[in-house]
Design a protein around this ligand. Structure first.
Ligand code: 0X9
Ligand code: ZN
Length: 423
């Protein structure tokens, strides 16, 4: 029953948002329920009236956040569900204040500046501190890296990444491109992208395997491809997903940049409604972030070839392969992609036993139209175009405690190394 997998996210805070003393949307008293799949459609229909939020819907589960005043009405629906979080506001508080960026350790070689310390990965950080971290990482590896820009966000921020290369020189090898935080609330993806970039820089001088990765591929890592949305999650609404694009005559804000890619753009895996969390935009590719990202991706693919593209998301612990737009279309090398994904999932599980499932996007999570990995596979011509859904499976969801940043980064790094060793 294909329609069960169709994503129709309700608008968050359709009713009036409650603000705390600092002017941020308050999630105090909101509960997360995991609704059994057979009741998912029924709950979806009621969600707007309940002022509830759609968090994650897969074939296996549907997670919704319900505000305190609607809990009783939700219970009256009498659907089978499990309580997975008692108070999102309390979890957001536990996630901690953003930590200042302070510590640097000594340089890897005398000509270079200090490399950022691993303590960076003990907390979440402000957007400006992420830019400083990236620039410090670059300065610590000056002959093999540069900061680059992949266009401009709706509000005018530079979409920023770090380009790393090895002994063949800049731009000489097939490219590997990572996009983090296209969905603003998926903060763990920012940290995991930076963790992988940091491991590549730190390892180049003292680990022959890591040196071989950089000598074989050019890495383009963009930890925050939706900077406006990310800043908004820090100033105003922790659970914001889309960009912050406004459109004349439309009051709802935001386009889902991961439904806006100009390939298989329209269809049931995206929404025409501007208030939906999966709003695809008025025309394909009309989000400024999408323009910058696809121009960069296509240029790199044209000049160097695109070996691997990964779009990093959370949560659900999945490795998603093409395609999202159709459950029957298959990438020509899907068997090889499945074999590789299986190896990556076992490498991820090795350190802490974290289980990732894998498979084509449409049948593994749900149908997505206008998604980045379909575009990267078929238009940019990537050999492999994947999306990861990082930790966890719902207990903390998007608000993953900072103690889990390093384990998430480490297991993802193990997975990426396995992939690089095997393709
Ligand atoms: O719906 C999405 O965009 C992703 N899931 S999430 O819950 N993080 O929003 C899945 C993305 C699948 N990959 C692409 N279509 N690129
Ligand atoms: Zn996402």
């Amino acid at each position: 029953m294909k329609f069960l997998r169709t994503l129709l996210l309700a608008a968050p805070l359709a009713g009036a948002a409650r603000l705390d003393r600092r002017g941020k949307v308050s999630y105090d008293g909101y509960k997360i329920f995991r609704v059994a799949p057979e009741f998912a459609d029924a709950v979806e229909t009621e969600l707007e009236d309940l002022s509830g939020m759609h968090l994650m819907r897969t074939a296996q589960h549907f997670d919704v956040a319900i505000p305190p005043e609607s809990i009783e009405s939700f219970q009256l629906l009498n659907v089978s569900s499990e309580l997975i979080s008692d108070d999102i506001g309390a979890e957001i508080a536990l996630e901690g204040e953003l930590a200042p960026y302070e510590s640097l350790v000594q340089a890897l070689d005398v000509a270079a500046a200090a490399v950022p310390d691993a303590s960076w990965f003990r907390a979440y950080h402000s957007y400006n501190d992420h830019l400083t971290f990236l620039s410090d990482l670059q300065k610590s590896f000056p002959s093999n890296s540069e900061i680059f820009r992949a266009g401009t966000s709706f509000q005018g921020r530079a979409i920023t990444g770090i380009h790393l290369w090895g002994s063949g020189g800049k731009g000489s090898k097939p490219a590997i491109t990572f996009h983090g935080t296209v969905h603003a609330r998926e903060w763990i993806t920012t940290m995991v992208n930076e963790y992988i970039a940091w491991q590549l820089v730190v390892g180049y001088g003292n680990d022959t395997t890591v040196k071989a990765y950089l000598d074989s591929y050019d890495f383009y890592i963009l930890p925050v491809v939706n900077p406006d949305g990310f800043v908004y999650t820090q100033t105003t609404n922790r659970l914001w997903r889309k960009n912050r694009q406004t459109r004349s005559g439309i009051s709802a804000v935001g386009t889902d940049v991961n439904r806006n890619w100009p390939y298989q753009w329209s269809g049931p895996g995206s929404s025409t409604s501007p208030s939906s969390e999966t709003y695809r935009g008025q025309s394909s590719g009309d989000a400024p972030e999408n323009l910058g990202l696809r121009t960069h991706l296509d240029n790199v693919a044209r000049s160097q070839g695109l070996k691997l593209y990964i779009d990093w998301h959370s949560y659900s612990q999945l490795i998603l392969l093409p395609y999202g737009y159709s459950c029957s279309a298959r990438a020509e090398n899907i068997n090889q992609q499945m074999t590789l994904a299986r190896g990556v999932a076992s490498a991820i599980a090795r350190p802490y036993g974290t289980r990732f499932e894998y498979g084509p996007t449409c049948s593994t999570i749900y149908q997505t139209n206008g998604g980045s990995n379909d575009y990267a596979q078929d238009v940019s011509g990537a050999e492999f175009a994947w999306a990861f859904e990082l930790r966890d499976t719902g207990r903390n969801g998007f608000v993953l405690p900072p103690e889990q940043i390093i384990p998430s980064g480490f297991e993802a790094w193990e997975g990426i190394k396995n992939l690089l060793n095997n393709f």
